[in-house]
Structure formats: structure tokens, C-alpha cells
Design a protein. Structure first.
Length: 227
């Protein structure tokens, strides 16, 4: 699977900054343009994927050949029709994280905008990889579910070390987990997708079937996360 130049949607950046549709940009536009340039200069998008057989156990869904077991009701429902799954780990690298930290002490506003660009960027990278995987699976007459990450629903964030180990992510893309299970570099994502057999379509994402329906910060403001 190839890594392509990463582009970000300015509308997503503005959404992460809290701007509403039609709201005047005012003085943020020059900052946004500068942050977008910094993003292209400093981001180092890298990812790794792996395909594993899935096995249901009393402790949860085991990924055969690894120490990773996915516990919880939500992930069991998400992968209920899948015999195989795909793990994904993606990162934008350390350089953009260092720049965000540096700017916090010198140009706080630019730091906030660059942070929003990086947040939009890591999601764009994951969307790009997911799209490529979907195309590959389609050639075999299969489909894939949407992404499901540790820390989402009742899937514990404490799975991060075993998740990264299963992919060899520390060695292959420099992605690690801290003692508190936060990913480093910070602008990184891990996720699992299920491989659906021929003729089975993934369920449609909506607010109604989202695991965060009851405590979603977007819904409290009368908005959605965009999915």
C-alpha cells in the first residue's frame, strides 16, 4: 500500500477550531494559511497495517498469532460478521508535534491552528488508508467495516501496547505508547477494521448507532462530528 502526499480539508480544520459554517474568519485566515504551509513542511505521514484471523474467546475477540484480545460489547458487535480483521497504526511523526509545542511559547494562536491542522491531517491519513483498503478488499469481492479505536466505546485504551506490538509499530513507524497509554507521537491513531464477507455491507455510521451517542460533545452543541 502506498503513502501519498497528504492534503487536509480546511473546513475540517475550522471545525476543530470551533468555527461554524458562515462565521467570518477575520484574522484567522493568515494564521490558517501559515499553519497549512507548516503542516505540509513538517508532517511525516506513515502507517502500517496487518491482517489477522479473529477468534471469539470468553475474554473477547482474539487476533490469532498475537497477544491482543479485544474485550467489550461494542467491538463484539462491530466485528460480529467478521472472521478476519485489519489493524492500522498511523502517525504524522515527531517534527510537527515539536513545532506545535515550540509555538505554544512564542505564537500561541498559530500553535492552536497548527494543532487543528494536524488533527485534521491524521484523520485524513486514516481515511486515505481506509479507502485504499476498501478498494483492495473490493477486488476480492469483500468489504470492510469502519474504524474502531482503543478508548472508543467500551474498548479499553490500555490495549495500546499490545496493539502496537502486534503491528511492530515502534520499529516500523516509530509509534509508541506511554505509561498512561497515550500514543507518541501525539498526532497518531490506532484502529481495527473487520473484513466482511462477500455480499455483506458495513452498517451505516450515524449518531443513532454511535457508541458515544449519550455523551457526544458535538450533539450537546447541536452539531455532528461529520461522519
Amino acid at each position: 500500500m502506498k503513502e501519498e502526499r497528504l492534503s487536509i480539508d480546511r473546513r475540517e480544520v475550522l471545525r476543530y477550531l470551533g468555527y461554524r459554517k458562515g462565521q467570518p474568519l477575520g484574522g484567522v485566515l493568515p494564521l490558517l494559511e501559515e499553519a497549512e504551509q507548516l503542516f505540509q513542511q513538517l508532517s511525516q505521514p506513515r502507517f502500517v497495517t496487518g491482517t489477522f484471523d479473529l477468534q471469539k474467546t470468553p475474554a473477547g475477540i482474539s487476533l490469532v498469532g498475537t497477544t491482543l484480545v479485544l474485550p467489550g460489547v461494542d467491538i463484539a458487535a462491530h466485528l460480529s460478521q467478521c472472521q478476519r480483521g485489519i489493524l492500522l497504526a498511523a502517525t504524522l511523526g515527531l517534527e510537527i508535534e515539536r513545532k506545535i509545542t515550540q509555538l505554544q511559547h512564542t505564537q500561541l494562536a498559530l500553535s492552536l491552528v497548527l494543532d487543528a491542522c494536524a488533527t485534521a491531517g491524521i484523520e485524513a491519513l486514516c481515511d486515505q488508508v481506509e479507502s485504499q483498503l476498501r478498494e483492495e478488499r473490493a477486488q476480492a469481492g469483500e468489504n470492510i467495516t469502519s474504524r474502531f479505536s482503543p478508548g472508543y466505546g467500551d474498548l479499553p485504551i490500555e490495549l495500546q501496547p499490545a496493539f502496537l506490538e502486534a503491528l511492530g509499530a515502534p520499529r516500523r513507524i516509530g509509534l509508541q505508547s506511554s505509561a498512561s497509554y497515550l500514543l507518541s507521537p501525539r498526532k497518531s491513531v490506532t484502529a481495527v477494521m473487520g473484513i466482511l464477507p462477500a455480499g455483506v455491507n458495513p452498517s451505516v455510521r450515524s449518531c443513532a448507532n454511535c457508541a458515544r451517542f449519550t455523551n457526544c460533545p458535538y450533539r450537546k452543541d447541536g452539531k455532528t462530528c461529520g461522519f
